[in-house]
Design a protein. Structure first.
Length: 389
C-alpha cells in the first residue's frame, strides 16, 4: 500500500505539471477528441498532451512496456485513472487501435508484428479502421465475400466493406477476408492488416440521418497485401475476429459513460428548466433522471468488475454482449432525457442549436454497430442465461 500511495503522489505531481490546462476541460465537440494518425489536425495542447502521455506509455497504461505501453499493474492503472478524473484530464488518445486491434495483436500477433504496430498505436502515430461488415454480411458476418487470393508472398484483395467508421480519415485497416471457400464459412476467413494508402483502396462516406458521415464504404480492387501482415494462421481469422468483437462491444458499452456521470443530467436540467428550493421543478423528469443515475452507477460498477475479471485472466466472452446491450440502452436513454430537458429548443437542427437532436439520432446506431441488439440478446440468452435455442 505504501508503494501504491507513493505512486499516487508521483502521478498526481506529474499530471499537475504535464497536463495542459485546456486538456482539463469537458469535451464539447469532435475537434476536442484526439484520434491521432497521419491526418490528424491537433491543437498544440492536444499534440503536447498526447506526446507526453505516449512517452510514458500511459495512453495504454497496462500494456507491456517493451511495446510502448506503461507496464502498470491493475492497481496502478486505477490510480492513474482516478488522478486523471480528479483534475478532469481528457483522455490523450481515442483509438480503435487501443480498444480493438491492440488486444488482438497482443494475443495473436507475432513478435515482429507486435513490435511494428503496437508502439505506433500507443503513440497515436497510426489511426486504424475496421473492415468487417459487408453489404451482404452484417449480423451474419461469416458470410463475407471479400477475397484474398494467394499470389505467393502476397495476397490480392478484392471486394467491399461497409459501415467502416472513419475509414476516410484512417491510415491502416484491420480486415477480414476470405482465403478459402471450402468447408464451413467461418473456416475460410483470414485476418489481415494493410495501409489505406495502398493502390486499389477507395473510400466513400455514407451520410446518415443525423447529417454526419462517420461511416464509410470501402472498395478493394487488386490490393496487394504482404503475407507478413497476416495475423495468426491463414483461415483462422474467425477466432481472432470473435476475440476482437468482445473488445469492440466493451468499447461501445462505454459510450454510456461519455461526458456524463452522476448529477450531470440533473445539473443540466436545473439550468434549463429551473428549480424550487434547489430541487428540479419537473417532478416526473426528476424521477427519470434519478433512475438513470442509479442505473448508470450500477452499470459503471458492473463494467469495472468485468474489466477486472478480464485483466485477471478470465475471458470477457459473452459478458461483452451484456455490456454492449445495456450500455447502448443507457446511451439512448441519456439523449432522450436531454431532448426532454431542452423541450422546444430540441427542435433546432442547424449549428449548435441542433447538436442534441443530431446526437440523439446518432445514438440509434449504437443498437446496430458492433452487432445488433437482437444478436446480443440471443448471445445473452444462450451463453449467460443458458436458455434453450
Amino acid at each position: 500500500m505504501a508503494e501504491l500511495e507513493q505512486f499516487r503522489e508521483e502521478t498526481r505531481a506529474w499530471l499537475g505539471e504535464n497536463c495542459p490546462e485546456s486538456m482539463r476541460t469537458p469535451i464539447t465537440s469532435d475537434k476536442d477528441i484526439c484520434w491521432g494518425g497521419r491526418k490528424a489536425e491537433l491543437s498544440p495542447d492536444q499534440r503536447t498532451w498526447l506526446a507526453r502521455m505516449g512517452a510514458r506509455g500511459w495512453t495504454v497504461p497496462t500494456w507491456p512496456s517493451e511495446y510502448g505501453g506503461g507496464g502498470l499493474s491493475k492497481a496502478e492503472a486505477k490510480v492513474l485513472a482516478a488522478e486523471m478524473r480528479r483534475i478532469n484530464a481528457r483522455s490523450p488518445l481515442a483509438s480503435f487501435g487501443i480498444w480493438m486491434l491492440g488486444p488482438a495483436l497482443l494475443k495473436f500477433g507475432s513478435e515482429a508484428q507486435k513490435k511494428e504496430h503496437i508502439p505506433r498505436i500507443a503513440r497515436g502515430e497510426i489511426r486504424w479502421c475496421q473492415g468487417y461488415s459487408e453489404p451482404n454480411a452484417g449480423s451474419d458476418l461469416a458470410s463475407l465475400a471479400s477475397r484474398a487470393d494467394d499470389q505467393g508472398d502476397h495476397y490480392l484483395v478484392n471486394g467491399q466493406k461497409i459501415w467502416a467508421s472513419y475509414a476516410d480519415q484512417s491510415d491502416w485497416i484491420f480486415c477480414l477476408v476470405r482465403t478459402s471457400s471450402e468447408g464451413k464459412k467461418q473456416g475460410g476467413i483470414s485476418f489481415v492488416l494493410f495501409d489505406m494508402a495502398t493502390k486499389g483502396v477507395t473510400t466513400r462516406p455514407i451520410k446518415l440521418i443525423s447529417g454526419a458521415s462517420p461511416f464509410c464504404e470501402i472498395f478493394f480492387d487488386n490490393v496487394v497485401v504482404s503475407k507478413t501482415n497476416l495475423i495468426g494462421e491463414e483461415n483462422n481469422g474467425w477466432t481472432i475476429a470473435k476475440y476482437l468483437l468482445t473488445h469492440e462491444r466493451e468499447m461501445i458499452s462505454g459510450m454510456a459513460q461519455e461526458n456524463t456521470g452522476l448529477d450531470i443530467l440533473g445539473k443540466t436540467a436545473v439550468q434549463a428548466i429551473g428549480a424550487r428550493n434547489g430541487i428540479l421543478s419537473d417532478g416526473l423528469l426528476r424521477a427519470d433522471i434519478a433512475q438513470f443515475d442509479v442505473d448508470l452507477a450500477a452499470f459503471t460498477m458492473t463494467l469495472e468488475r468485468v474489466r477486472d475479471e478480464a485483466k485477471a485472466g478470465q475471458s470477457l466472452g459473452a459478458a461483452s454482449s451484456m455490456l454492449k446491450y445495456y450500455g447502448t440502452e443507457l446511451n439512448k436513454r441519456r439523449y432522450e432525457l436531454l431532448l426532454r430537458i431542452q423541450g422546444l429548443d430540441a427542435l433546432g437542427w442547424q449549428g449548435e442549436d441542433g447538436v442534441v437532436a443530431r446526437d440523439w439520432l446518432r445514438s440509434k446506431a449504437n443498437s446496430i454497430e458492433g452487432g445488433t441488439s437482437e444478436v446480443q440478446l440471443n448471445i445473452i440468452a444462450k451463453r449467460i442465461l443458458g436458455l434453450p435455442g
